[in-house]
Write a protein that binds this ligand. Structure first.
Ligand SMILES: [Zn+2]
Length: 138
């Protein structure tokens, strides 16, 4: 996957320099394309033992400059560290929403349920963002 293709489906975050993936993410918040990891595609990894790890603490970031090649062990250690840092598992859904994503949802003109499925948030959340009840400053 080229940088242009990555950028076309992500939202650059000016402060951190992260490219926030706007497509599907798995339960851990990592960008996926079907069974494949976008991070691995961004780095052009084909070896099963090589994993795309993040320099930044943003699982949904696909900026190749923020990714580096690591082993399975490093990947597991990294995920465990991040899980501890994030705290309660119940925070997962709200943690996934960022200003960039909220802005993208608000500007998305598709049906609510398509948007909700695409961004992995509830219909109610999409509706609240659309109508300006939450994330209205983005
Ligand atoms: Zn990043």
């Amino acid at each position: 996957m080229t940088e242009a293709e990555l950028l076309a489906r992500s939202s650059p975050e000016p402060n951190s320099g992260c490219w926030l993936w706007l497509g599907h993410c798995n339960d851990q918040g990592y960008p996926r394309y079907g069974q494949r990891s976008i991070g691995r595609m961004a780095l052009g990894l084909t070896d099963r033992d090589q994993h795309a790890l993040h320099h930044c603490d943003t699982p949904c970031c696909v900026n190749p400059a923020h990714l580096y090649v690591g082993t399975h062990q490093q990947n597991m250690a990294d995920m465990a560290r991040r899980k501890r840092a994030r705290g309660q598992p119940g925070n997962l859904h709200s943690a996934k929403l960022t200003y960039a994503i909220a802005r993208a949802i608000r500007n998305d003109r598709r049906m609510l349920k398509e948007i909700a499925a695409d961004y992995g948030v509830s219909l109610a959340t999409v509706s609240l963002i659309r109508n300006g009840f939450i994330w209205k400053d983005v």
